[in-house]
Design a protein around this ligand. Structure first.
Ligand code: ASP
Length: 583
């Protein structure tokens, strides 16, 4: 046996036992007669004590140990003199009799400590060392827990895990595909799945009834800091269900995860229509950990000489509680923020409701005390509050206020990572107008069913057709999304037509699905959770990268294995690939 215990399993009850431990040298402290070593493994840390009087050889050897050497020690568990009550093993130490160096280590390029001196790039290049650090290791352990609890819950509900292929077919809808050349089929390519969408629907035609899969998906998108080209979904589909049953099942899953992993059980999740979400929060991913809702005051503002308001489709504000004391500089900073290209507005207007009952706004020339009183009432402001007002085209103004709302919440520390505020967003529009291609795109995907009662609008007013589609939003992040699907060939064909597919294109790309629908497709629907993000949020973080063992950097590279990389000419020839870049 290489070890009898791990580095987090001994305490005062084990005093007097002879044990063998293995692990990495975290640090050594030489105090003359005594040398102490912190021995670390995945489970924790145990202190080793080497007494020069009792075992000179081992003690001298211990002094020569460098950080990250791999060692095995045999010794007696004794009570420690100065105890550390922060760790499980803090009351004991091992009085070492035998020390064996199992492997040496170069000095690591950064310290293996919770607060390391290693920068992001270096840590990625030596990710295997980074994972030795507790904060990263703990995130991977949390991920494993979320994954096993997901399986437990879904298995209990009668879901069956089915694997679907990774080498599939490229379709132009959605994001860009990663493609894989086929050696045996010259000039032809597989695509890696952006999601198992069509396969899970086919499994419903097969009668699997309840399917799930914790599955890798691939999207070749320009990367933002929180996106990964390969990511994991909890992908699910159910037959003979309506939207209500799906929402309840997956609300149950989310509650189960929050309860088993975090020990909290949130009350029933609120539901918000897409329209209301945009109206109140300026986004379809509202963070409900705090209020600061958008309040429309158009009617109250357009009776005066202020042309900006008079010409605006929407005038609306947010009540920033307790911030009437914001300085000129602080307000200027907010103005600067809303003028950044990502928000793109020309500025904002403020009104302070001071504690002493006076008011001060940036439009005092145009509005009197009575006007401001009306705003105050409508926006539910109290003395001491700051009302920020924006005006302009409705959609843009709502989005800008939504962004400002989040910005202010960050500034005011209203986004407590230990608080969880889930919400279902329902009644999404079926279609979304795309200015660039001058046509409608499916807001969710082309298999999403329109609401029956809105079907009549499909020809006259496609932009207003609502879908049986829903998202689960947690703390301002979309963690899941899905829909009731079309299960009828005619309706699916009609949808393809509205999405600008010619009959030939639809047949070429999705003929297999439409054919399957002719063999008794049951009504069905489903959802997919972004697993990496879900883990990050449950772990109280926004960034998903540390919840992935070996993530890619912002340019889609794995700097540890140095990928992507070039192929040899032989490989290219075998794949019949003639690259311009090599010429
Ligand atoms: N396949 C969809 C997605 O990846 C989710 C779903 O509709 O189930 O977004």
């Amino acid at each position: 046996m290489l070890r009898t215990h791990n580095c987090n399993s001994l305490n005062i009850d084990n005093v007097g036992e002879i044990v063998t431990l293995c692990g990495w040298v975290q640090k050594t402290r030489d105090l003359g007669g005594m040398t102490f070593v912190d021995l670390r493994d995945r489970y924790g840390i145990t202190q080793l004590a080497f007494d020069i009087k009792k075992n000179k050889l081992s003690c001298l050897e211990a002094r020569s140990l460098n950080r990250e050497f791999v060692v095995q020690v045999k010794g007696l568990v004794i009570e420690r003199e100065s105890k550390n009550n922060k760790i499980y093993t803090g009351a004991i130490e091992i009085e070492v009799n035998e020390l064996t160096i199992l492997n040496r280590s170069k000095t690591p390029p950064f310290t293996i400590e919770d607060n390391t001196d290693g920068g992001e790039e270096l840590r990625m290049k030596y990710r295997y060392l980074d994972i030795r650090r507790k904060p990263i290791k703990d995130k991977l352990i949390l991920r494993a827990k979320v994954s096993s609890e997901t399986r437990k819950y879904l298995d209990k509900q009668g879901f069956i895990e089915v694997e679907t292929p990774y080498l599939i077919k490229s379709t132009p809808e959605g994001a860009r595909d990663f493609v894989v050349p086929s050696r045996m089929n010259e000039g032809q390519f597989y695509a890696l799945p952006q999601s198992p969408q069509t396969f899970k629907q086919l499994l419903m035609v097969s009668g699997m009834d309840k399917y799930y899969q914790i599955v890798k998906c691939f999207r070749d998108e320009d990367l933002r800091s929180d996106r990964q080209p390969e990511f994991t979904q909890i992908d699910c589909e159910m037959s003979f269900v309506n939207q209500e049953e799906i929402l309840n099942t997956f609300e149950g899953l989310t509650q189960h995860l929050l309860q088993t992993v975090k020990g909290i059980r949130p009350a029933k999740f609120p539901r918000l229509s897409y329209q209301d979400s945009i109206k109140k929060y300026g986004t379809d991913k509202p963070d409900l950990r705090f209020g600061m809702e958008i309040v429309e005051i158009t009617q109250l503002c357009q009776k005066k000489d202020f042309s900006v308001f008079n010409e605006s489709e929407l005038v609306a504000g947010i009540n920033v509680q307790g911030c009437a004391n914001y300085s000129r500089k602080q307000l200027d900073k907010l103005i600067e923020f809303v003028k950044t290209p990502q928000i793109g507005t020309s500025g904002l207007i403020y009104c302070k409701f001071n504690e002493d009952n006076t008011t001060k706004s940036s439009v005092d020339k145009f509005f009197n005390e009575q006007d401001k009183k009306e705003w105050k009432e409508k926006a539910n402001c109290k003395n001491g509050d700051l009302l920020i007002i924006m005006a302009g085209e409705k959609n843009k103004t709502q989005r800008a206020l939504g962004a400002l709302r989040l910005h202010l919440a960050n500034q005011l520390n209203l986004r407590n990572p230990e608080k969880f505020a889930p919400v279902w967003i329902v009644d999404f529009p079926l279609l979304e107008w795309d200015e660039e291609s001058k046509r409608y795109h499916a807001m969710h995907h082309p298999f999403t069913a329109p609401k029956n009662e809105d079907l009549v609008l499909l020809d006259k007013d496609p932009g207003n057709v609502r879908a049986n589609a829903y998202d689960l939003v947690l703390n301002g992040n979309e963690i899941g999304g899905g829909s009731i699907r079309i299960h009828d060939k005619e309706l699916q064909q009609l949808m393809f037509k509205h999405l600008g597919f010619s009959e030939r294109e639809a047949k070429e790309q999705f003929g297999f699905l439409m054919e399957a629908f002719e063999y008794g497709a049951p009504p069905h629907g489903g959802i997919a959770f972004g697993f990496d993000r879900l883990c990050a949020i449950i772990g109280g973080q926004e960034n998903i990268r540390d919840f992935i063992a070996f993530p890619k950097n912002n340019s889609g590279r794995d700097t540890m294995i140095n990928s992507p990389s070039l192929l040899s000419q032989e490989q290219l020839d075998e794949l019949s690939l003639d690259l311009k870049i090599n010429k």
